[in-house]
Every structure is written in structure tokens, then in C-alpha cells.
Design a binder for this molecule. Structure first.
Ligand code: AMP
Length: 584
């Protein structure tokens, strides 16, 4: 019998299995994928389907398919599949057996021992049912491990006996469930101090909100409710999930569904809809706000304040939504950790525990991260004044690489036909205080908005070697420019990252306030800049002249910021000439 022990995250939406190899926990692919959908079904011939095939069948044959069985574990309820009733343990055992087979194929030997994770709030019958599911699948369950503890183990906490006790909040937002747990780790002793959450909240609800929006719009336009048509609704739902996932790294996504249904005369009807990230975030904002209430509930139950927390971990696939990161950061006033793939963190931690059970040597998990934020310089016009040198990060520091992020920006002045793209690395909100990685011009822009401004998408793609590809595309798709530059890269353990973060927080605490100090502009110069802004905002300004004016305006701001009075005067003279020309 193999001495190896599997670490299994038996999830509501997806299950993941990992094992220790060469001292490192590694995911074992099942059917070629890292995540196995926790779905079981019987096809029309009565053959068993587990995972992706069962998931695909759910839309067309829900009566032969079972999803989210984890919610029924230990409840005494049963699930129906093709007219036969099964216990939740039996359905879960189908999933575990599939995992065991995949592990045997991967390792070349049958593994019969496992550590399986469960939510911290699972009661005894629920834990017992999980053990029974393992047994039915032919697995000896060595340990039932709490999911937040597994996440902490993946991050390397609770493995060093000599270290200080740590209080960790684990925010786990998956496909169908949301949990917050506060745990205390003291060497190998782990206490769950509080748990809160919602057993029926997750990515599925976000998909549904988007699918409902599209179905409502379709019903308004065509008087057909797509929710009544199983196949159309399943396609719409899937497209909504894909768009949601795209919106985690892109500013907008397009949903394109050819021939979703036919109208009364048999003519095909389609859906084509663009959705911006902001609109999607608006659709789910009440659900995300609710997760913050659960954090407060857990803190209250634990009799702790946010500043008593040493670490905050984000796990679960839905924590990739950028708004989740921002909300949690703001609410707890500390940056959460998400360096380890949030879908895999629990399984990797389960493998660490499994490795401990098997007596294996385990090294800290190393992750490739970008040690600094990467972003752009931007400018805005506020009360007629140009405010530039502002740093907008696209890729946050400590993001695991490779990573890709896009954001949409627009020009400032109507008729502006060029943008100076300046790419910086650092954490200061004043762009020029960071390290300039490179710059280039994007010109020949043509306005693509009614107000004469141009929208562009900026895409940052950072590879494992620290090569940053910056691509600017005008939204109308007429022009695209790419430049390559070199960013810093580091290979660290998450614990090293946590310690560096604490250091950085101190170093930058003073620097960030500088943003508030507005540069004082001479009233004469200010009046001139306002005059320029008015001219640029007026319709019908010659595009080339407008570009020259905006360039000089930016130069004046820079000179003011540098305190270079001579340059300010020189540039103001230039601006006066240009304004005369424009006013003629
Ligand atoms: P889990 O249960 O942790 O495997 O999480 C699954 C959920 O995460 C599903 O609802 C997915 O649609 C969602 N998900 C996965 N990747 C992303 C992403 N990049 N952005 C938003 N949601 C995601």
C-alpha cells in the first residue's frame, strides 16, 4: 500500500486534490483540469458522469444531475438522480472515487489515505458524513481538516513552532458558499475563534444577477422569457459566468449568443451585449456589502477589532473579483493575501497536512510575485485645473505572476490626438516618485465618444520572468501599440511577503499623505490654465492646435511642480500665443 496521503478539498462547486512532491504541495489534475466540478450525473444510457461532463449535462438534464451535494451532507436528506435516490455520502463518494482514480493515474500507484477538508462550521454529523463518503470511495480518512486552517497551512502559518501566535481571518468566497473564519495559530495548535457567513452566497449568485439582467432586457425587447427555456437559460447562465470571469481582468466583456431562441415566426434571435466592470459591480454590490457584515459579525463574536488581525487571507475563486479585494482592504484597513491561487489554497493546505501525516519533509510554498505595483501616470481636470502626475496601479504588488490586467482610460481634452503613456513601478500615489520603467507615445487618436474624448484600453501583461508587455488599444479598435519593459520579480514564500508588507506599510505611511499637498499655482498661471481648459472643451477646436495646447499645459504643470519659475514663464508665453491662435 502506498505511503502517500492525498489532500482533498471537497468543495460545494469544485473539488481539488493535491499531494506533496519533492517537499512542495502540488495539484493533481483530474481529467486534465485543476478543478473538478463537484457535479455528478447519469447520462441517457445510465452511465455515470462526474465533473465537467456532468456539469455540462446539468443545463439540459437537471433531473439526471446533482450539484452542490455538500449542502446536504449530514442533513439526513437524499438526492434524486434519474429516479433513484442517493445519500449525500454516496454522491460525494462518486466525486472522491474519481479523484482517487486520477491520483492513481498521476502517481502510478493507488493511494488509499486522505485528508479531507470541511468548513469550520460543520457539525459532528456533517464531519461524520464526510468520513463516510471517503470510506465508500475506498479512502481511509486520516484527518478531517477545517478549510480555513488548510488555507493558513498553505500560507505557511502554523508550521513553525517557535513563532508568535497569529490571528488570521480567512475570507472564503467560492461558487455557492461564503464563510469568514477567524482562527488563532500557536505552533501546531489551531483554534477556530469565530465563524460567520452565508451557506447560499457565491459566484453562482453573481452569474444569476448578470443572467437575469440579460433575460430581463431580452423579455423587454422580444416578450420572451428565456428563464422558461431550459437550454437557452443554461447557455445564458454559462455566458454570464464567462463574462464575469473576464471582468476580473478586463474593463469590459462582450456576451455574444447567436440564435438563443426563435421568435414566433421562427426567425432566430440573438443576444449581443457589452457590459462594463462597473455595471457588473453595481449588480452585485449589495451581495458584496453583505460579506462585510459577516466579517463584522465574526469580529464581534471573537471580541476582536480589525487591528487585532495579523493576517487576512482571500480564498475561493470569487475573491478574484477586484471589488472583493478593494472592499476587504478598505474595511479591515490591511491588504489581504491572495498570492496563492485562491481556488487551490485549501487543497494545497490539505496536502501539507497530509504530508505531515505521512511524515514527509515539507518546504514552504514559494510563489512568484511582483514585489511592486505596476501602473500608469494619469491626469484629470478638476475645477478647471489640470492635476497630473497621479499614479494608477493596474497590477497590485504581491500579485502572483503571470498576471494580466486591463483598464480603460480616456483622454482629457476634446480633440486630443496623442497620449504619453508613462509606465511606473512603485507604491507612491505621485507617479514621478516611483520608478519609470518606460514611456511611449500613442498618437493619431480619433475621438470615439460623443464628447470628443477618446477611450483607450491599456493592458499590462507580466510574465514569470518579469517582462511587462504594455498594450494600448483605442476602444474603436483602430490602432494598437505594444511596448515591452522589464519589471522586478521575486520568488518568495507568502510569509516573507507578509513581513515585507508590514515593513512597506510603515515606510509609505508618511509618503502617501503627500498626495494631499496640492501644488500652489500662481493665480495668473491658474487663470491661463482655466482659459486653456475652456478653449479645449469648446467644440470645433482644431485638433492639432488642441494637442499643442494640451502638451504645453502639461509642461506648465510639470514646471510648477518642479518649482522651475523660468520654465513656467517661458511655457506660459507659449500658451498665450497658442490661445490667441485658437481664439481667432
Ligand atoms: P471555488 O468554489 O472556490 O472553486 O470558486 C468557484 C467560483 O469562482 C465560481 O463561481 C467561478 O465562476 C468563480 N471564479 C473563478 N474564477 C473567477 C474570476 N477570475 N473572477 C470571478 N469569479 C471567478
Amino acid at each position: 500500500m502506498s505511503t502517500k496521503v492525498l489532500g482533498i478539498d471537497l468543495g460545494t462547486t469544485n473539488s481539488v486534490v493535491a499531494i506533496i512532491e519533492d517537499g512542495q504541495p502540488r495539484i493533481i489534475p483530474v481529467g486534465g483540469e485543476r478543478l473538478l466540478p463537484s457535479v455528478v450525473g447519469l447520462d441517457s444510457n445510465g452511465s455515470l458522469l462526474v465533473g465537467r461532463h456532468a456539469y455540462n449535462q446539468w443545463g439540459i438534464a437537471p433531473e439526471r444531475t446533482v450539484r452542490s451535494i455538500k449542502r446536504l451532507m449530514g442533513s439526513g436528506k437524499r438526492a434524486e438522480m434519474a429516479g433513484t435516490s442517493y445519500t449525500p455520502q454516496e454522491i460525494s463518494a462518486f466525486i472522491l472515487r474519481r479523484i482517487r482514480e486520477a491520483a492513481a493515474a498521476y502517481l502510478g500507484e493507488d493511494v488509499q489515505r486522505a485528508v479531507i477538508t470541511v468548513p469550520a462550521y460543520f457539525n459532528e454529523p456533517q464531519r461524520q458524513a464526510t468520513i463516510e463518503a471517503g470510506e465508500i470511495a475506498g479512502l481511509q480518512v486520516e484527518r478531517i481538516l477545517n478549510e480555513p486552517t488548510a488555507a493558513a497551512l498553505a500560507y505557511g502559518y502554523g508550521r513553525d513552532n517557535g513563532s508568535e501566535p497569529l490571528r488570521v481571518l480567512v475570507y472564503d468566497l467560492g461558487g455557492g458558499t461564503f464563510d469568514v473564519s477567524i482562527i488563532e495559530l500557536d505552533g501546531e495548535i489551531v483554534d477556530v475563534i469565530a465563524t460567520a457567513g452565508n451557506n447560499h452566497l457565491g459566484g453562482d449568485d453573481f452569474d444569476q444577477r448578470l443572467a437575469d439582467l440579460l433575460a430581463d432586457e431580452f423579455e423587454r425587447d422580444h416578450k420572451i422569457d428565456l428563464r422558461q427555456n431550459h437550454q437557452a437559460w443554461a447557455r445564458l447562465w454559462r455566458a454570464a459566468e464567462e463574462a464575469k470571469i473576464e471582468l476580473s481582468s478586463l474593463p469590459y466583456a462582450t456576451i455574444n449568443l447567436e440564435y438563443i431562441v426563435a421568435d414566433k415566426k421562427g426567425r432566430p434571435l440573438h443576444i449581443q451585449r457589452e457590459i462594463e466592470r462597473q455595471e457588473f459591480e453595481g449588480l452585485i454590490s449589495d451581495l458584496l456589502d453583505g460579506t462585510l457584515d459577516a466579517i463584522d459579525q465574526a469580529l464581534t463574536d471573537a471580541k476582536l477589532g480589525a487591528d487585532d488581525l495579523d493576517r487576512v487571507l482571500l480564498v475561493g475563486g470569487s475573491t478574484r473579483i477586484p471589488a472583493v479585494w478593494s472592499l476587504v482592504t478598505e474595511h479591515l484597513d490591511q491588504e489581504p493575501h491572495a498570492e496563492i491561487d485562491p481556488d487551490a489554497a485549501v487543497a494545497l493546505g490539505a496536502a501539507v497536512q497530509a504530508g505531515i501525516v505521512a511524515g514527509e519533509k515539507i518546504d514552504a510554498i514559494l510563489v512568484d510575485v511582483t514585489p511592486f505595483s505596476l501602473g500608469l501616470e494619469t491626469a484629470t481636470i478638476s475645477r478647471g485645473r489640470l492635476k497630473d502626475d497621479h499614479f494608477v496601479p493596474l497590477i497590485r504588488r504581491n500579485s502572483a505572476v503571470p498576471v494580466q490586467k486591463s483598464e480603460m482610460f480616456n483622454t482629457i481634452f476634446p480633440g486630443q490626438h496623442a497620449i504619453h503613456v508613462k509606465v511606473y513601478q512603485g507604491e507612491n500615489s505621485i507617479a514621478s516618485e516611483n520608478v519609470l520603467l518606460g514611456d511611449f507615445m500613442f498618437d493619431e487618436l480619433k475621438p470615439n465618444r460623443g464628447d470628443g474624448l477618446t477611450e483607450v484600453t491599456v493592458n499590462f501583461q507580466l510574465d514569470i520572468n518579469g517582462i511587462l508587455n504594455v498594450t494600448v488599444i483605442d476602444r474603436a479598435g483602430r490602432k494598437q501599440i505594444s511596448e515591452q519593459m522589464k519589471a522586478s520579480r521575486q520568488r518568495l514564500s507568502p510569509e516573507d511577503i507578509a513581513q515585507s508588507q508590514a515593513k512597506l506599510a510603515l515606510t509609505y505611511a508618511g509618503a502617501e499623505d503627500e498626495d494631499e499637498d496640492e501644488v500652489v499655482v500662481d493665480p495668473g498661471v491658474h487663470a491661463l490654465l482655466e482659459r486653456a481648459a475652456k478653449i479645449l472643451a469648446a467644440p470645433g477646436v482644431d485638433a492639432e492646435l488642441a494637442a499643442d495646447i494640451s502638451e504645453v499645459v502639461i509642461a506648465i504643470r510639470e514646471a510648477v511642480q518642479d518649482g522651475d519659475d523660468e520654465a513656467v514663464e517661458e511655457r506660459c508665453d507659449e500658451l498665450i500665443d497658442l490661445l490667441f491662435e485658437a481664439e481667432e
